[in-house]
Structures are given as structure tokens and as C-alpha cells.
Design a protein around this ligand. Structure first.
Ligand code: PEP
Ligand code: MG
Length: 583
């Protein structure tokens, strides 16, 4: 019997605005999925399963920390450093692994050890230890959820519009949500929690803090979720439902009105800088028109592999690439070949025993060491290139020799496809990313053989200075832009322009308004960034003079410390902001 009366209003806290309408889908709580009596066949494979799950959770912490940084600025994601440290604690891992070795299922071992920690810390009187207790409980929960493959939101696919209801929601689950999810109602979690941050980033309505949520409704109940007022109305009366549909449609119409200005990203003296977008999945494609992107400057194709237990087939990859190419046509789409490794560790790769190391076997090196995987990937990109607007770009190229090896493999793959009678279209431009100093220093030689270039400042900074790109003290270019990076960019631009080819910047540096006049002055032809930054960058470009930017670049090239760079760029930024109407 239903315990849900008509028009039951449940009150929580609005965590992400918007109206969501759909049928209730209750995510089963993971506790009930743990089979505590099961005995694994082989402790060794159980150990591998545990380690792979741990790596995935760690990877996810990095991903969420980056999102928090983007939304809340430096410092706020630091709690995740504590999470990561606990998760990597040697003693803790030894205890868990010992239990697994002695015949426990991985999830049971994790639960046991984290429960023990929680019990010990519950007795603690001091606030610091209590906080640690909460953190430990969260980590244990995330690990178990990951091991069980629970809270994977794919389960709602094909079920029509749904409002997902859960006692707790991990941000990991949210990282790849099916589009038929129209809202989240959750019992636990805070406004600045990672799940809430992701919901806001993805524009999905969310309400948190509804007590006893799972027993307050049933699967399939009609519901209206209001992320602004923090209400979940279960089985709304028909007038309220009609009113809510109207309200939702009005909100969507207002959002759709945000059209790109009909203006070109051109300086006052007529110098155009193309503005392209960086994408990780096909989900963000619709923002290309909203923000007026000139194309895709960087498709981080490795994200297609992110949650997959097995590597995607050629056909699966092809379909994704083709979707992007068609959606953007005739604008260009630069597909970067797989950049596994470093901070990008992927379950499917780890589980095939092909683990990519940090920083050695990363990017193009990893691919060249795994030819079959790489060929499948190349075939998919080449086939998508039949539309005529696709370019291919290799990541982490250290120099000419590696680039030539990659091109030779590409040539062979093209030959094979042609012999199979596959239609490929015109010759696909092939470019490289400049992410390591050795590539920047060899830009002259590389420019003879590569069709175009894109400077990945995230890694270039990391590898030039020997710092960790995850360290937030180095990631704000408004505060820290070392002269060595300016020199390297200048060297690359000059070497590439001599060969009459184009050079882009696609690292995070590309959208920093403070650095924009410098990049333009150095001669960078294209900037590729998260699409949401395009309108403000366009506005800033239109307020600048190319001649003045060139003067600025000349001056910047004489500077010797990040502090000097900061003072110079800050002076220019202040004037620029006034011109753009932000005194
Ligand atoms: C970069 O290194 O600047 C870049 C764009 O590549 P990724 O951030 O994907 O490593
Ligand atoms: Mg990179």
C-alpha cells in the first residue's frame, strides 16, 4: 500500500536551482547490497579489484577537486587532499589487504576496517578527530559503493524523466548522469559538498536534507522538485503539476535566450583570435552555439574511457567522434588522441594491466606502447573525419622521433582502412600538443612536419617548473606566471609562424583575462577553453588593441620573475576591466 498521500510536500534545503519534474526513482542503498557471507574464489583477483576501485576513487577526488576549484576558487578543495592522504595510508591499506588475503570480499574488508576506525574516533572528544571520523566514514562509503558498482546512474536510462532519490549520493555517480534525470532529492550531504557542486555545475535541480527520504515515497510516484525553495512535492495535485510545468518551461526559455553576441572576437584594430571550446564528452556540445564557439579546439577523447570497465570498441568511439563532428560542422573539431596517464588513470586501462605511469608512459608514449589499442582509436577518428572538419592531435609529444613513429602508424592505419574500402574524405590535418619543454625547444623542427600546434599550458607549466599541476598555489596565472613560460610560448609561436602554420593555447591559461593581452601580443592564433568563458573573452578581445598587445608582449619578454609579470599584467587588466564596464 502506498504511504504517499496526494500532494505530500517534503522540505529540505535547495542545493541547485531549477524545477525538475519526473517519476521517483529510489536508488537502493548500498548497505543492503553487501554480501557479508560471500567468499571470493581468488584472493589475488580480489586484491586487484580493491586496488582498481581505490585508484578510481582517488582519480575521482582529483576530478571533483578541479570542479570545486573552478566553482569556489583556491583552497576549498583542500579537504580532498585529506581524503586522498587517508586513502593512500600505507597502514590502512595493509590492514584492508590482509583481510582480503585472508578470504574476505573487498567490500567487506573495507567496511570492517573503516568501521573500526569510526568506532575508535567516535570516542574522540576533540573536534579535529571528530572531523577525521566523518572524513573516514565518507571515504569508506565511497570505496564500498565503487566496489559494488552501486549508485551508477545508468540504471535509470530509458525510464523516462526521473527524479532520483537517495539516502546519500556520491559525486562519482554524478560525474556521468543520464540526461533523463531531472533532479536529485537526497537525505544527506551539504551545500558545499561535492555532489551539490556537481549538480550546480551540470545545472540539475537538487534538494538535500530531506529526512527519512526513502520511506516517504515509492518508486514511480509523480514528483516536482524545486531546487530554489528546497521542496519535493510527491504526487502533486493536477493544478500544481500544470503550474510547475509552466514554471519549468519558462525557466528553460529564459536560459535558451542566452544567445551569442553577433560579434567577432576581433581587436579594435581588426586582429581576429579564434575562440574554440574544450570538451570532455559529447554532453556539452549544445553550449557551442549558446556561447558562440568557433569549433572544438580540444576534445579530451580519453574521457570516453573514464567509467568504462572495458575499453570502448572502434564503433563506440567512432559514434562519439562522429556526433561531435556533425554537431559542429562546418566548424573544425580537434580530436586529441588518448592521453592516459598522469592524473588521468582509467579503470579499463588499469584492469587490463596496462597501467599508465606518472609521468613516464603517458599520452602518445602510452599509445605507441599499446599499438592495437591505438590503432582502434585512430581508425575511429579517421572514420569520423569523413565529414571533412576533423583534425587529429597527439598529446605529450616530446620530439620529432616520437611524432614520426605516431605518423607512421597513422599512415599504416589509413592504408588498411583504404584497402577495406572505407571512405575517409580529404587528408586529415595532424597536429601536436606542446606540453613538455623538450617539444617547445624543438618547435622549429616539429613545425616542419606538423600541420598545427596547441600549447597545453597545464602540463607545460608542470614539467617546466617541476611542480604538481594539482597544487592550487601554482594554478592561478593571475598570481603566478613565470617568465620561462612566456619565453617558451614565444619560441613556439615564432617557430610555427615561420612555417606559416597556426598555434593555439588550450590549457587553462587560455581563459585568464589577465593573461589574454599577453597571449594575443605573443601572436597566439587560437584560444580553446571551457565554453562558458568564451563570451567574456570575446568581450575583452574587442576592447583590446593588437598593436598595444604586441608592445606588452615585448616588455613581458624582458621580465625575470613571476612578480614582475604580475605587476605588468595587473596594470593592463585594470584598464581592460574598466573598458569592459567592470570598474
Ligand atoms: C594541458 O596540458 O594544458 C592540456 C590542455 O591537456 P590536459 O589538461 O588534458 O592534460
Ligand atoms: Mg596536458
Amino acid at each position: 500500500m502506498s504511504n504517499t498521500s496526494v500532494g505530500k510536500v517534503l522540505k529540505g534545503i535547495g542545493a541547485s536551482k531549477g524545477i525538475g519534474i519526473g517519476r521517483i526513482f529510489i536508488l537502493q542503498d548500498f548497505d543492503s547490497l553487501i554480501n557479508r557471507k560471500a567468499v571470493p574464489d581468488k584472493p589475488e583477483s580480489e586484491l586487484l579489484r580493491y586496488r582498481a576501485a581505490k585508484d578510481r576513487v582517488l582519480f575521482h577526488f582529483g576530478l571533483v577537486a578541479a570542479l570545486i576549484f573552478k566553482e569556489l576558487g583556491p583552497g576549498k578543495g583542500n579537504i580532498l587532499d585529506v581524503h586522498a592522504l587517508i586513502l593512500q595510508d600505507r597502514g590502512l591499506n595493509q590492514e584492508i589487504e590482509l583481510l582480503i588475503h585472508n578470504g574476505k570480499k573487498a567490500e567487506v574488508a573495507v567496511e570492517t576496517i573503516f568501521n573500526e576506525i569510526s568506532e575508535r574516533q567516535k570516542l574522540a572528544k576533540n573536534e579535529y578527530l571528530k572531523e577525521r571520523f566523518t572524513v573516514a566514514r565518507d571515504i569508506g562509503r565511497q570505496l564500498v559503493i565503487e566496489l559494488l558498482g552501486a549508485h551508477r546512474l545508468e540504471v535509470v536510462k530509458g525510464k523516462g524523466d526521473v527524479i532520483v532519490v537517495a539516502r546519500a549520493l556520491t559525486p562519482f555517480a554524478l560525474a556521468e548522469y543520464p540526461v533523463n534525470i531531472k533532479g536529485f532529492a537526497v537525505e544527506t550531504g551539504g551545500l558545499t559538498g561535492h555532489a551539490a557542486i556537481l549538480a550546480r555545475a551540470y545545472n540539475i535541480p537538487m534538494v538535500l536534507g530531506i529526512p527519512n527520504i526513502e520511506t516517504a515515497m515509492e518508486n514511480g510516484n509523480q514528483a516536482v522538485l524545486n531546487g530554489a525553495t528546497g521542496e519535493l512535492i510527491v504526487n502533486p495535485p493536477s493544478e500544481l503539476l500544470t503550474y510547475s510545468i509552466g514554471l519549468r518551461d519558462m525557466e528553460l526559455a529564459v536560459k535558451a535566450k542566452v544567445r551569442p553576441e553577433n560579434t567577432s572576437p576581433e581587436t579594435k584594430d581588426g586582429h581576429r583570435v579564434a575562440l574554440l571550446m574544450n570538451i570532455e564528452t559529447t554532453r556539452s556540445l549544445n553550449t557551442a552555439d549558446t556561447y558562440g564557439a568557433d569549433g572544438v579546439g580540444l576534445f579530451r577523447s580519453e574521457f570516453l574511457f573514464m567509467h568504462k570497465e572495458t575499453l570502448p570498441t572502434e564503433e563506440e568511439q567512432f559514434r562519439e567522434f562522429e556526433k561531435v563532428a556533425k554537431a559542429l560542422y562546418p566548424r573544425k573539431v580537434v580530436i586529441r588522441t588518448l592521453d592516459f596517464g598522469g592524473d588521468k588513470q582509467f579503470p579499463a586501462v588499469l584492469e587490463t594491466g596496462n597501467g599508465a605511469a606518472y609521468p613516464g608512459l603517458r599520452g602518445i608514449r602510452y599509445c605507441l606502447a599499446h599499438e592495437e589499442l591505438f590503432k582502434t582509436h585512430l581508425r575511429a577518428i579517421l572514420r569520423a573525419g569523413a565529414s571533412g572538419n576533423v583534425s587529429m592531435m597527439f598529446p605529450m609529444v616530446p620530439g620529432l622521433e616520437t611524432f614520426r613513429k605516431a605518423k607512421a602508424l597513422l599512415k599504416n592505419t589509413i592504408k588498411t582502412l583504404e584497402s577495406e574500402g572505407v571512405r575517409l574524405g580529404k587528408t586529415m590535418p595532424v597536429g601536436i600538443m606542446i606540453e613538455v619543454p623538450s617539444a617547445a625547444l624543438m618547435a622549429g623542427a616539429l613545425a616542419r612536419e606538423s600541420d598545427f600546434f596547441s600549447i597545453g599550458t597545464n602540463d607545460l607549466l608542470q614539467y617546466t617548473l617541476g611542480i604538481d599541476r594539482e597544487d592550487s598555489s601554482y594554478s592561478d596565472y593571475g598570481i603566478f606566471l613565470p617568465p620561462s613560460i612566456i619565453q617558451l610560448i614565444q619560441l613556439v609561436v615564432e617557430s610555427v609562424h615561420i612555417k606559416k602554420k597556426l598555434v593555439a593555447v588550450c590549457g587553462e591559461l587560455a581563459h585568464h583575462t589577465m593573461v589574454l593581452p599577453l597571449l594575443i601580443g605573443l601572436g597566439v592564433d587560437e584560444l580553446s577553453m571551457d565554453a562558458s568563458h568564451i563570451p567574456s573573452t570575446r568581450q575583452a578581445i574587442r576592447a583590446l588593441s593588437y598593436a598595444e598587445c604586441q608592445e606588452l608582449a615585448k616588455k613581458a619578454l624582458t621580465l625575470e620573475t613571476p612578480e614582475e609579470v604580475k605587476i605588468l599584467l595587473k596594470g593592463v587588466l585594470d584598464k581592460l576591466l574598466v573598458k569592459c564596464g567592470h570598474p
